[in-house]
Design a protein around this ligand. Structure first.
Ligand SMILES: [Zn+2]
Length: 75
């Protein structure tokens, strides 16, 4: 079963998607799912992925499939 999704025209897996949100490397990522929201920039579909940027941190990241917009749930 492939977890790959097309983001900004290229195929990424969960870890690749997390690294786009984080703009750097991550330790681990869960599977990609569709977030129940639209991109605030372009109205495109938003994907979500849970990941661990470090051993002590778990973050849910959001990334538009069509434009560079991304966000996470850090406070
Ligand atoms: Zn967008």
């Amino acid at each position: 079963m492939s977890q790959n999704r097309v983001v900004e025209g290229r195929m990424v897996d969960a870890k690749g998607l997390a690294e786009l949100v984080e703009e750097g490397s991550v330790m681990e990522a869960e599977s990609i799912s569709d977030a129940d929201r639209d991109c605030p920039e372009c109205g495109g579909n938003v994907l979500s992925v849970g990941y661990m940027p470090s051993v002590t941190e778990f973050v849910t990241g959001y990334k538009c499939q069509d434009c560079p917009w991304s966000a996470d749930d850090r406070e």
